[in-house]
Design a protein around this ligand. Structure first.
Ligand code: TYM
Length: 354
């Protein structure tokens, strides 16, 4: 185990897994767990989910959803450490410690923070000065400190395991960049060579951004434009058939609009190269019928999702199995986390007198 590269990634417990989660993260986890080079840890980020103040029972149910979907998709507890973030209390303590080296300014400039703060305050435009709104807000809308320090907690998830590779989608790259910055800062402040600087990992070289079905750039739970792994066949087909398109190409080789490009991008992930090329050629010579493209796309997505859906249904009542997996995962995840925390406390001068 010792000279393997450490791989760590997580998904927030905010609902069911969608194709963005699958292609941005989970499909990479699956390939990495079969590679002998890696020691893999995959978790469910329930503490991060608290930043949006979820209903407690719903949060608990969502943790179960994600672990069930991890297992149904093929994560194997014999090959990977599968755990819940809050089952590693060392993370919470190190979050406090690392926050002492994180600037409020750099957190406030993070794109995901600005985005979520805007949503929380009901601000639509990108251009409005949100710092002013956050500080001066007199309504009952709040941007909580947990949201601001989200990147610290994510950095701790990674650094506490001393992970080298963090398979995530494109939207998480800025968080990874911050993690590297915090690691460098810690190392240089204390004059130690302690934390490795983690990098993203993608088999194709480029991290993916899975688009939504509504013509928007990103598939996301809060956007309401998702295809879920658990979607029933009929529901999934309907979603794809309703996906946004345009009026169709009028001239040979016309540029592709964003909604149609999105469908091509989804095809790139799920369909064969030949099928994709066939529809791209049909677009170029104006013979494309979007109805046919969507039918084919739905078919190809179902080939990926239906077997997973079946496994989810099989597993979701096996609470004893899920409990066993998570207990074992928590024990393993705490092994390295507790060593790191002990060493970090010592490096920072938090030492016992007795
Ligand atoms: P979350 O739950 O927002 O996303 C989980 C993973 O899914 C990827 N993803 C996408 N990838 C491509 N296209 C999309 N449309 C799309 N939507 C989601 C995300 O990039 C991510 O990889 N902050 C993390 C959770 C986390 C974490 C960590 C990850 C907490 N601590 C430590 C890695 C290491 C997140 O955003 O989860």
């Amino acid at each position: 185990m010792d000279n393997k590269e450490i791989v760590l990634s997580g998904i927030r417990a905010t609902g069911n897994l969608h194709l963005g989660n699958y292609y941005g993260a989970l499909s990479k986890f699956l390939r990495m767990q079969d590679d002998e080079k890696y020691d893999n840890l995959f978790f469910i980020a329930d503490l991060h989910a608290l930043t949006t103040n979820p209903d407690p029972d719903q949060l608990h149910a969502n943790v179960k959803n994600i672990v069930t979907e991890y297992l149904a998709a093929g994560l194997d507890p014999e090959k990977s450490t599968i755990f819940v973030q809050s089952d590693v209390p060392e993370v919470s303590e190190m979050y406090l410690l690392l926050n002492m080296h994180v600037g409020i300014g750099e957190l406030m400039r993070t794109a995901s923070f600005k985005d979520k703060a805007r949503k929380a305050l009901g601000i639509k435009s990108d251009s409005e000065d949100i710092e002013h709104e956050i500080i001066g807000n007199e309504t009952n809308k709040r941007v909580n400190a947990g949201l601001l320090t989200y990147p610290t907690l994510m950095a701790v998830d990674i650094l506490i395991q001393k992970a080298h590779k963090v398979p995530v989608g494109k939207d998480q790259e800025q968080h990874l960049e911050l993690t590297r910055r915090f690691a460098r800062r810690f190392n240089s402040f204390y004059g130690v060579d302690y934390f490795p600087e983690p990098v993203n990992f993608d088999f194709g070289g480029k991290p993916v951004k899975v688009p939504g079905l509504d013509g928007s750039g990103k598939m996301g739970k809060s956007e309401g434009n998702c295809i879920y792994l658990i979607d029933e066949e009929k529901v999934l087909r309907k979603k794809v058939m309703r996906a946004m398109t345009d009026e169709g190409p009028k001239e040979m080789n016309s540029p592709v609009s964003l909604p149609v490009q999105n469908l091509f991008s989804l095809m790139e992930l799920t369909s064969s190269h030949e099928v994709l090329q066939q529809f791209k050629d049909a677009y170029a010579d104006c013979s494309i019928r979007y109805g046919d493209l969507k039918k084919q796309l739905a078919e190809d997505i179902l080939k990926v999702t239906l077997p997973i859906r079946e496994r989810i249904i099989e597993l979701q009542n096996d609470d004893a199995y899920i409990a066993r997996v998570l207990r074992q995962g928590a024990e393993r995840a705490r092994e390295r986390a507790s060593v790191t925390l002990r060493e970090v406390r010592d490096i920072m001068g938090i030492r016992k007198f007795y």
